[in-house]
Design a protein. Structure first.
Length: 146
């Protein structure tokens, strides 16, 4: 899949950071969002559908909860958490939270806190209608993001 980092980068540019959530880091990570995304995809071995679902979850959470902002200090952690949640929801097999935390460069406890915060921001509504899925999939495949 392509486009995830571009979509998030645009959202980062639009954000106005004021509120601290579990996703906030004290400073922007030194690893680029593109490299981080590639790392997660390589180690998580999740399906392409998980990437689409992760974007749906990030977008929904930021719309439903004004505290969920996509900024340079939050985008990596939002991506990590949404991909973990997507893998758990969609894929038949997934790894332990400690594995995901290690790959994502955080602690298991922090990842669990972020997961709970994201679930609450989503109001625990994880079902994605086929037409919504198709819209986000097409957004990620759109070559004009590059």
């Amino acid at each position: 899949m392509t486009g995830m980092d571009a979509v998030l980068a645009r959202r980062v540019a639009m954000a106005n950071e004021t509120i601290q959530t579990p996703f906030h880091l004290p400073r922007s990570p030194s690893i680029s969002l593109t490299s981080y995304f590639e790392r997660l995809c390589e180690w998580f071995e999740c399906s392409d559908a998980c990437i689409v679902l992760a974007l749906v979850f990030i977008d929904r959470a930021s719309v439903r909860n004004s505290d969920v902002l996509i900024t340079p200090q939050t985008c990596h952690q939002l991506l990590l958490t949404s991909m973990v949640l997507a893998a758990k929801v969609h894929d038949d097999s997934y790894y332990s939270m400690s594995f995901y935390a290690q790959v994502g460069g955080t602690t298991t406890e922090r990842l669990q806190d972020m997961e709970m915060y994201l679930l609450d921001a989503l109001d625990w509504k994880l079902w994605v209608k086929p037409e919504e899925y198709a819209m986000y999939r097409d957004l990620l495949l759109d070559e004009s993001w590059k």
